[in-house]
Design a protein around this ligand. Sequence first.
Ligand SMILES: [Zn+2]
Length: 112
Amino acid sequence: MVKSKSQMLKIIGMRKKIAKERIQILFEEAEKAAKKDRFELADRYVELARKIGMRYNVRIPRELKRRFCKYCYTYLYPGKTAEVKIDSKKKVVKVKCLKCGKVMNFPYVKRR
Ligand SMILES: [Zn+2]
């Protein structure tokens, strides 16, 4: 069956929406696993989320990007797999991955 272009785009859009939701859920699961000290499991969820992102060409939302190491993809859990420092001069949050030792800078998220 030949589908029109607009139908195809609609299907792609729906798949992307589902992919985004799945990524969100996987990060929620990763957080739950990390809270139980199950970091290997948390890393697996991160890996799955990244795979979904790649397959469906969906970007991982910015707020979730700071939850894993961009170098070794370890789930970053402050005090356990990550060291978090705030640099008030540069207005960045410095997150050090305790697995590979790399430091990532994230701009401040202002809270009300
Ligand atoms: Zn790392």
